[in-house]
Design a protein around this ligand. Structure first.
Ligand code: MRU
Length: 359
């Protein structure tokens, strides 16, 4: 497996204080601020405000949230179950599109329910929840390293790559998902350039992906979202690397708003769109159209980073956080269990059986 350093810890469990600690994504690149809390309400707020964000890290936050709820109980064994179920309801409502959040929460809840059924003590139930959340996190980290190993083969010397949003370590832990092949190919000595799209209105590309790749000395230039068509053609972009918040069984990919645009542009101009995500991002049940696309506060569009208003008073805005890229625009999906291509119904189902056989 890759020996690339995993230097960013977006979230962790403090064993001494029994609380969650996270790196506030909303203050990067200006400040590196860590928050900690024992309160489910504060964790929910952190997720809503994108202090904690990105599908895989949301899975970790969900599992740690359940550990927190369990550890906050000072009553009976049954109280732990009740508190954990109520925390699960609060947390799952915070962000609807990334499937990993519900996945991480469910893993935490199941671990608590199992420990309860087995007749374990309160202390043991609490420990089981923390153990499960840490397992979710270490599996995520391992998955990013494997995604890097698999995906680096799709990158060649001289490529010009483009990214959307931030699917780096801040969002996915480890070495990121979309950034994993980029970092692994770079570490192997391949040389290429990266265009990092702003990703308005919250600038996760400009603020976060640029911050991460720059720390690795990978050459990058930040571009506005509306420069993509022109620059993909003029700079001869070979491929986009995107993460995913949810991948359906038929290969429809839900990711940060703007991914669909990149897919269309690349298809028209002869480039490829690669999607990198762990298996936990695959939702084998929901059909296209059944996924709720999060609509965020209009003020994110009307004001630059919540401060300078740029839209005339009284004018409305639309702020969908994600879009759906259809499978015909996706050249390949890179996971910890390998790379799959169209027809996705077949290849994704193969991937899921492979994953079931491993557990
Ligand atoms: O709204 P965000 O910042 O939580 O957006 C999520 C993302 O970072 C992207 O959509 C990403 O590509 C998928 S999550 C690694």
């Amino acid at each position: 497996m890759s020996n690339i350093p995993t230097r960013i810890t977006p979230i962790r469990w403090d064993d001494e204080k029994d609380e969650i600690v996270w790196l506030d994504n909303s203050q990067i690149p200006w400040k590196e601020v860590y928050f900690s809390s024992k309160k489910i309400g504060r964790l929910a707020l952190a997720i809503k405000k994108l202090e904690i964000r990105g599908a895989p890290v949301l899975g970790e936050a969900g599992a740690y949230g359940i550990a927190l709820a369990a550890n906050n109980v000072h009553g009976s064994r049954k109280d732990v179950i009740d508190k954990v179920r109520s925390a699960a309801k609060t947390l799952v409502r915070t962000r609807p599109t990334a499937v990993n959040l519900a996945w991480g929460i469910n893993r935490g809840v199941k671990s608590v329910e199992l420990a309860y059924k087995e007749g374990l003590s309160i202390a043991e139930i609490k420990a089981a929840a923390v153990y499960e959340a840490k397992a979710v996190q270490s599996e995520n980290i391992a998955a990013t390293l494997k995604i890097g190993e698999a995906g680096k083969k799709l990158i060649s010397d001289g490529d010009v790559l483009i990214t959307v949003c931030n699917a780096g370590a801040l969002a996915c832990d480890g070495i990121g998902t979309a950034t994993a092949p980029i970092r692994a190919a770079w570490a192997e000595g391949k040389r290429f350039n990266v265009l990092v799209t702003y990703t308005a209105p919250l600038y996760q590309g400009a603020r976060l992906t640029a911050w991460e790749l720059h720390r690795d000395d990978i050459p990058l230039k930040v571009i506005t979202d509306n420069a993509t068509g022109h620059l993909i053609r003029e700079e001869k972009v070979t491929a986009a690397w995107a993460g995913a918040d949810r991948i359906l069984a038929d290969g429809n990919v839900y990711n940060k708003i703007g991914t669909f645009n990149l897919g269309i542009l690349l298809k028209h101009l002869g480039g490829r769109l690669y999607v990198a995500a762990p298996i936990s991002t695959i939702d084998p049940i929901t059909k296209a159209g059944g996924v709720k696309i999060e609509q965020r506060n209009q003020d994110e569009v009307k004001k630059i980073m919540g401060k300078l208003r740029i839209v005339p008073k009284g004018v409305e805005a639309l702020n969908p956080a994600f879009d759906r890229t259809p499978p015909e625009l996706v050249s390949a999906i890179v996971t910890e269990l390998g790379i799959v291509q169209a027809p996705y119904i077949k290849s994704i189902s193969g991937l899921l059986s492979k994953s079931r056989n491993k557990t």
